[in-house]
Design a protein around this ligand. Structure first.
Ligand SMILES: NC(=O)c1ccc[n+]([C@@H]2O[C@H](COP(=O)([O-])OP(=O)(O)OC[C@H]3O[C@@H](n4cnc5c(N)ncnc54)[C@H](OP(=O)(O)O)[C@@H]3O)[C@@H](O)[C@H]2O)c1
Length: 248
């Protein structure tokens, strides 16, 4: 006879290792919290030592590191010294860039390409020998840049590249799975920085207009990330999470 408590279920990531590249705030930190709650060992990476230390202590991380994940040598070195096997990596590095053609700052464009195109390629290579076959890589994209609009010149192009990148990486890395989360507005420190004094107004606007009647938070995205990590049928695809923002 089993002794399991009625209604109790096994933690979904017991015995697994999850690396959060960008795990000291926002979506990465929230996913670290959820992964820990589901029994995973988590390793956090960020650029600010204080934030990484605080987040690592809060979630009870197994390990942490402070470096810029777009620095290819540091990234290779980090994964080379990390004890394997690794089950899942979520990269939440990089932001957005709204600009008109006349104002394009090419250094910023290079930075964005590093974050959203070069980093996934480097990460895929750096982790190749260490991933458990049932594991997954997860990247972040957006839904906002799908429709051409003035200001979306750079973001729109990178938004379109994301799904092609994960689909091709999924073939390269199989049986390891690769997926993309495409988010609309998520209420994180990044959004707060971008909006400044307009943050509360934007939240109210979204509550009034989104089909779900509320603002999407980092816990919503973390829940999707967990599903993508644990459902071994999912690979090479892009999963929207925007509360219906692209419909209105
Ligand atoms: N929030 C949204 O509305 C939204 C919508 C669509 C897509 N996204 C995407 O989702 C991802 C996560 O967004 P978020 O809102 O959670 O951002 P966030 O609140 O700014 O958190 C980002 C995390 O990544 C770390 N990080 C950033 N750049 C890094 C780098 N080069 N190397 C190492 N760590 C780095 C940050 O710490 P440090 O700064 O200390 O390094 C922090 O821990 C981003 O790619 C963003 O573009 C966000």
């Amino acid at each position: 006879m089993g002794t399991a408590t009625p209604g109790a279920r096994a933690p979904r990531l017991a015995g697994q290792t999850v690396v959060l590249l960008g795990g000291s705030a926002g979506i990465g930190l929230e996913t670290a919290r959820l992964a820990r709650a589901e029994g995973a060992d988590v390793v956090l990476v960020g650029r600010d030592a204080g934030r990484v230390q605080q987040a690592a202590a809060e979630v009870g991380a197994t390990g942490s590191a402070v470096f810029d994940a777009t620095d290819g040598e540091r990234l290779d070195g980090f994964f080379a010294q990390l004890a394997g096997p690794i089950d899942h990596v979520l990269a939440t590095v990089g932001g957005n860039y709204y600009t008109r053609l006349a104002d394009v700052d090419f250094a910023q464009v290079h930075g964005l390409v590093d974050d959203h195109l070069i980093l996934p390629l480097r990460l895929a290579r750096a982790t190749r020998e260490k991933m458990r076959p049932s594991g997954s890589l997860l990247f972040m994209g957006g839904t906002g840049g799908r429709r051409p609009a003035l200001g979306q010149l750079v973001s729109g192009a990178l938004t379109a590249a994301g799904p092609a990148l994960v689909a091709n990486l999924a073939l390269e890395l199989a049986p390891v799975r690769v997926n993309l989360i495409a988010a609309g507005f998520v209420d994180t420190p990044l959004s707060a920085r971008l909006l400044g004094d307009d943050l509360e107004h934007r939240r109210e606007q979204l509550r009034a207009t989104l089909p779900i009647g509320r603002v999407v938070g980092p816990a919503d995205v973390a829940a999707l990330a967990l599903e993508l990590m644990t459902n071994t049928a999912l690979t090479g695809a892009t999963y929207d999470i925007d509360g219906g923002q692209q419909l209105v």
